[in-house]
Design a protein around this ligand. Structure first.
Ligand code: NAP
Length: 304
């Protein structure tokens, strides 16, 4: 067993927690791999003509997301990561795999936790006349998971904020304010795990479609550092990868601003009466909120 036991203190607690995660299912069909409804080769999910920027696209789930967008016909795929050698190897692999397609792959070194690095990335894209239509915020700083929050290292927490909150915020600001964005052009923002819900509150789906999803349990490079491969039956990378393409299509627009799990069957969700009722009636359903406080608004706060 790797450091995972050290992080958690108790291995059994992880299994208990994992069981809880698995049981978070709103649909009877519980996917562990890709399936036809989210297939990137489905015509209605086509990404033809779009430039897609993927943070952390050099490895793990991000790399697989790049493959899925290439299968969906994206015109340009920009992958961003901190390690140049890993980026170059990933770009070379993508170019080889999709050598018969028209997709152009661009590898760009960058750190989402660093403001100057983010500015330089967008300056580069603007200087190349690249208008990013789809942004996939996938890179994250994952802090060691401790059962006792008070045992966490403050520097770890702040690093997480710098990347997951501050970095993703600045990436979104640059994305929305691209000088090359045509007036009235809708954007698609896909957020893997971290939360962009408040921005979805302020922007209608016609402006920016924002879908936040949990990718499930994947044996990625990051996970391999802390867990053994035979620990559990890991999900297939194609599930969160293809899900990102589906989330960037108009088929997912009705989930704007909600946090969903990739293992929920998308067709079943659309026909699940109980689910649809909760979507309609509960403003905070699948969103972050203080439980018990429904429909809180500035007007209510000011007693108007
Ligand atoms: N794997 C899972 O089971 C699981 C479960 C729940 C949520 N997630 C979420 O899924 C996403 C991807 O996870 P993963 O397991 O694929 O991670 P991973 O294997 O650790 O890969 C992360 C990728 O992001 C890049 N990266 C990391 N920090 C970065 C930064 N500050 N700036 C730019 N690039 C950065 C890494 O390259 P460099 O190191 O070269 O920068 C690497 O290419 C994360 O948001 C994670 O929280 C994963």
């Amino acid at each position: 067993m790797k450091e995972f036991t050290g992080y958690l203190g108790q291995f059994n607690s992880f299994i208990d927690t994992f069981d809880v995660l698995v049981s978070l299912s709103l649909t009877k069909t519980h996917h562990h791999d890709t399936y036809p409804a989210i297939s990137p080769t489905k015509p209605s999910l086509s990404q033809t003509g779009r430039a897609v920027l993927i943070t952390g696209g050099s490895g793990g789930i991000g790399f697989e997301i790049a493959q899925s967008f290439a299968k969906a016909g994206a015109s340009k795929i920009i992958i961003v990561g901190r390690r140049n050698a890993v980026l170059d190897a990933a770009a070379a692999k993508l170019r080889e795999e999709f050598k018969d397609s028209t997709t152009e792959f661009i590898a760009r070194q960058g750190d989402i936790g660093d403001d100057a690095s983010i500015s330089s990335l967008w300056d580069f894209l603007n200087s190349r006349n690249i208008f990013v239509r789809v942004l996939v915020l996938n890179a994250a700083h994952v802090s060691p998971w401790l059962l006792d929050t008070l045992k966490m290292d403050k520097r770890e927490i702040m690093e997480g904020f710098d990347v997951n909150i501050g970095g993703n915020f600045l990436m979104t600001v640059k994305f929305v304010n691209q000088p090359l964005r045509p007036a009235g052009q809708q954007l698609n923002l896909i957020n893997v795990s971290t939360l962009m819900i408040i921005i979805a509150d302020e922007h209608p789906v016609q402006d920016i479609q924002i879908i936040i999803y949990h990718p499930e349990m994947l044996y990625s490079e990051g996970v391999a550092k802390v867990a053994d491969e035979d620990l559990i039956n890991w999900d297939k990378m194609a599930l969160p990868a293809d899900y990102a393409v589906w989330a960037a299509s108009s088929e997912a627009s009705w989930l704007h601003g909600r946090f969903v799990w990739a293992h929920w069957d998308v067709d079943e969700l659309k026909t699940n009466k109980e689910f649809l009722k909760r979507m309609e009636e509960e403003k905070d359903f699948l969103r972050v909120a203080v439980q018990g406080l429904k429909d809180i608004s500035v007007e209510a706060f000011l007693d108007k």
